[in-house]
Design a binder for this molecule. Sequence first.
Ligand SMILES: *Cc1c(COP(=O)(O)O)cnc(C)c1O
Length: 342
Amino acid sequence: MSKIIISKENYHHNLGLLVKKAGSKDKIMVVIKDNAYGHGLEIMAKLAKDYGIKKAAVKTLQEALLVENLFDEVLILANHPPAEVVDSNISFAVHSLEFLQKFPKNSKIHLNIDTGMHRNGILMSQVQEALEYIEQNSLILKGVFTHFRSADDMNGELFWQQENWKKAKQEAKQKIEELNLNMPAFHSCNSAALLRSKDEIKDDFARCGIATYGYTHIDKNIDTFDLKPVLSLYASRLSSRVLKSQEKVGYGGVYEAKKDMIISTYDIGYGDGFFRYDGLGDLKIANGQKILGRVSMDSLCIKGDKQSICLFNDASELSLYFKTITYEILTKLMPWITREVV
Ligand SMILES: *Cc1c(COP(=O)(O)O)cnc(C)c1O
């Protein structure tokens, strides 16, 4: 069977590095949305808890319900307002004033402020109105946050947005005091912004996803970091045969044997979330071998007859080859692939 191996040691190593940056374990919220970036939601939630992390962020209520008992707080980043109040340690990100008005009384919320990304969040000029609405409608303000658009990039944009955040935060704090609301947590950094911060962060915590899994897309001219990939993908052999000289394998027959060779087919394809290699370019799997011919929906072909083969233990090369980011290589891996922690 195909298999994903999760390295607990590497995950805890990455958490250690981030905790050191942030200042303490309490200053890290692990982002385990989208099935923990393809690693397996419940597996990664348990590993984070074992390490001493107390906060997590997920995508939906469905994900939150699976892990809520492992954390003090679970923040849902991309759910619509629920019809009834969710009475637990689950809180919801609020992305607009319109959205805010749909939450049932006593909902726990984190108010998202748009400080320049313009993807989600209330405008900085709407902070007062939002806080007054929260106070008048008995919503429970657990957090105020923002998200940076250019934390990976070699330019001044991160600093510009951090200045906006500083202003938004000051204004929100002042208004919260005036309204006599409990002071919420303030948070802004993703992995990249945390990794780039020179001093301990001023916020209450950072929301870290990709770096916990061992990757960063921060421009290498800015800095490099000792992160270790957590996930490896293994495929196992379905069948073997001799491909005779000049015979071709797979759809379109794009790979042709130069001489007689043993080939095997393995049980991972693009239907499992592995990118569809077209058999033409210079792509190598973990052991340096090439995939022979096109990747099929449920299988791919490699020279030899090994029982099991590691397709990748570092998503960076695949992401470069397919002109995407490691996030996408990882999150695409389907939940039905068996996950095993070592
Ligand atoms: C996904 C996400 C994160 C995590 O970002 P990484 O770059 O993976 O650390 C943080 N905050 C928000 C709002 C997100 O959507």
